[in-house]
Design a protein around this ligand. Sequence first.
Ligand code: ZN
Length: 317
Amino acid sequence: MSFHDDLKQQQPILYQILIKSFTSSKISHAFLLVGKNSGLAAHYIAKSLICSQEILACNQCNDCRRIDEHNYGDLIYFNGKDESIKKGSVEYIQEQFAKSSMEGKAKIYLLENIENSTPEAMNSLLKILEEPIAGVYAIFTCQNLSRVLPTIQSRCQVIQLLPSSKKLLKSQLINDDIPEDDINVLSELFDTYDECQPYIESELLEALKLEVFHFIEDLYCHRDNLVINVQTHLMKNHKDKEKVQLFLNMLVLGLRDLFHVKHSMSLTYPSFRSLYERVDDTDDEIVRKIDLVLNTEYLLNTNANVMLLIDSMMCKI
Ligand SMILES: [Zn+2]
């Protein structure tokens, strides 16, 4: 399978956003990708900005290859993974981009794991973003959105990546003879069979699956009941942080299904199909709701108050 098809299948939302903005030439000057393995997607955007072969990246031409090798004249690359990004690195970016282009195409700075930047570096980055220069693009990745300054987030197109599919894990789970929905959910949320094991045929998983179903049903069909049902049911029975996090992650998969059902793609919860078919929502709205839920989940990792966060999510959803 080509990388293109892979991206289309594994990151359909990212793919839709990119194809839409690149065909209409309304390309954001700053992207912030959120999620594990967002580096691959970040490089893909960088390649798409300079590749002359296709609308997005061809992944084969010399320019695409040089981006992957960090060997492209107008690409500056830093990664905060092992050592935090310092103010000096951001100043270097500013100096380089004040000079004229070396390759005659887009100039790109790609910073991975920007949450691991010093406060001074974050502030300098913000200054660059506040005065965008034509032809200069920022591509950032992070795993923890709550650690990125909201003022930086607001100047970027924030794209939440979805967990990648895991064929091997799926085949192991199929051997357990559990419902298809459960196989899908577990393989989406966990990386290894050992991590899944406590949840196989567990009451918690079944209960939370039902909560996801009711949440989506209330959200679209009985909106007035939503807040009260969340308070009296979900938050009463599953109020500790780990369970709420698991619920939010499972809810994201349900909301993503709404997107998938419209585009005839495979579902995480095939048993919810008749519910999904009753829902009428736009792609943009679904994406906004997914963002909101993912954001709430990220914020839960900090020491925030669970009830307050859920209340705030309920007001905005
Ligand atoms: Zn190319």
